[in-house]
Design a protein around this ligand. Structure first.
Ligand code: FAD
Length: 481
């Protein structure tokens, strides 16, 4: 616990680095940085409570300033929480031990778009939409298009190992990043090797992709980019059963057709969400969107082969407009009036496993949650939207429309539901999470996922951040010493 008087002294040191206007300590400013997109802090605020706030917020404009801020924090053993766009859903940017929140949005320069090698180098605080628009103006795309495009930053994409709607073709962010610059907790600025496909030891850059700022703050990254596709096509169909849809997706992926989108909705989500949000009249079945992009002659083959596979499994084709409707309205699912919102309790429990295990995972998890929480009327809905040549991700969500009014009881129920969900995923061969990260929400479960292997991450943390100033309480690491 730092005495308020010393905090004021530190504030003046920080002001010397970033300028007085870029150190915020008024309560109204700090309130903004207490709430990310996790359900818990939003619920607290909704019920008149105050979430944990940082003691101050610092906005560096360069990697040198960022380095000096970390040196100061390290000297005084002050917790530091990186903040990108605050759109993370796991509480990763919540300053649970107070201290300094570092808002990285002033570090938003795009250094280079290299057309020869098709790479972009940009600072971590660049907004996703700004980055994508700059690339689009030169005929390129990052290929990473999350639903949080408008609110997230490049650093946040990387910190959470995020995924975009075209990941089935272009990969997740960890596949797209080639190299990064990181500021370590002691303020040292390091660069990983310039390219990922080397044989000079393990890929150091991957230690920082997904680390949620626990090992260092990503200040800059180089990523591969793609040409804007010549053509984009969509098809949509209904499968008689989820099983048929999953099998179609599996066969398409194993054929390595290079398809850009496969989105398969379970029956509940098909009826509830697809009909309501896309306005497509469906009474049942399992809605699937297929997306193709690239050279038209390649698309002819992809489309023909993928459709033949679907037909073998009983797909009924809808008008292609039913595929375009999803693409054109894809953000609507995440914003009012369509998104899940308070006072409901809800969460996305996405996980990934092999084709072999997915169907069992889906049904086991659905049953476990719906049966155990039937008195709360828990609803389970899911779609499958990030596909790999070995397995698939399920984007499954729970919804409780009438959770306990008492915040303590609501939190207890919330944690219990998450425990059941994640433990069931892991027991059925899945991972803790596929693309939202660990944050505060799942920190208590991360050791269960890793087992004895967690000591490797812990050892790295101890070596680079011995007093644990960086994002304490996240990723299964403890408080600042
Ligand atoms: C409407 C909506 C839709 C979403 N859709 C998607 C989606 O389609 N795909 C997807 O993957 N995710 C999605 N998300 C969640 C996703 O986790 C975030 O959008 C994104 O990855 C976080 O970026 P951010 O800049 O907002 O990070 P923040 O929320 O600010 O931070 C997230 C974590 O990263 C850390 N961090 C931030 N910047 C850095 C940095 N430079 N170096 C080190 N650590 C850092 C923070 O400390 C925190 O732990 C969605 C969220 C919302 C609200």
């Amino acid at each position: 616990m730092i005495h308020p008087f010393q905090l004021r002294m530190i504030e003046s040191e920080l002001s010397d680095v970033v300028g007085e206007a870029h150190v915020l300590s008024k309560e109204a400013d700090r309130m903004v940085y207490g709430v990310d997109y996790m359900w818990l802090p939003r619920m607290w605020v909704d019920r008149g409570l105050v979430p944990p706030l940082p003691d101050m917020v610092v906005l560096p404009a360069s990697v040198e300033e960022l380095s000096r801020v970390l040196k100061i924090a390290n000297t005084y053993h002050i917790p530091v929480t990186p903040w990108g766009g605050g759109s993370g859903s796991q509480g990763g940017a919540m300053p649970v031990y107070a201290g300094i929140t570092i808002d990285l949005k002033r570090m938003n320069r795009i250094d280079e778009i290299n057309q020869n090698s098709q790479t972009v180098t940009a600072q971590c605080g660049v907004n996703g939409y700004e980055l994508e628009s700059s690339l689009n103006r030169q005929g390129y795309t990052l290929g990473h298009i999350p639903a949080s495009l408008h609110s997230a930053t490049l650093g946040g994409y990387m910190a959470c190992r995020g995924s975009g709607v075209l990941s089935t073709k272009y990969g997740k962010i960890e596949d797209i990043v080639l190299a990064c610059q990181v500021v370590l907790p002691n303020g040292d600025i390091i660069d990983t090797l310039p390219l990922p496909n080397h044989a000079s030891g393990p890929g150091l850059h991957q230690l920082f992709v997904g680390a949620e700022g626990s090992f260092g703050i990503v200040s800059k990254a180089t990523l591969r980019i793609e040409k804007i596709p010549q053509e984009r096509r969509f098809q949509a169909c209904l499968f008689p059963s989820l099983s048929d849809g999953l099998e179609a997706g599996r066969r398409i992926m194993l054929e390595r057709l290079g398809i850009s989108v496969i989105r398969l909705y379970d029956e509940r989500e098909t009826i509830k969400q697809v009909k309501r949000i896309l306005g497509i009249s469906l009474e049942g079945g399992n809605y699937m969107v297929l997306g193709f992009e690239g050279r038209p002659d390649f698309l002819d083959i992809q489309e023909r082969e993928a459709m033949a596979i679907c037909e073998e499994l009983g797909a009924q084709w809808l008008d292609p407009e039913a595929g375009w409707a999803w693409w054109n309205k894809r953000y609507n699912f995440y914003f009012p009036p369509h998104c899940l919102d308070l006072p409901w309790m809800f969460g996305t429990m996405d996980t990934l496993c092999t084709f072999e295990q997915m169907e069992n995972l889906y049904w086991t998890k659905k049953r476990a949650l719906e049966e155990k929480y039937s008195k709360w009327g828990l609803e389970y809905i899911a779609h499958f939207s990030h596909w790999y040549p070995y397995g698939v991700m399920v984007y499954d969500r729970f919804i409780i429309q009438d959770p306990p009014a008492d915040p303590e009881k609501a939190l207890a129920l919330h944690n219990e539901v998450w425990n059941v969900a994640v433990r069931t995923s892991i027991a059925c061969g899945g991972v803790l999470n596929e693309h939202h990260g660990v944050g505060l929400k799942l920190a208590r479960l991360v050791r269960e996922q890793y087992g004895p292997a967690f000591q490797v991450l812990e050892g790295f943390k101890k070596a680079t951040d011995p007093v644990n100033i960086l994002n304490p309480g996240k990723m299964g690491f403890g408080p600042t010493l």
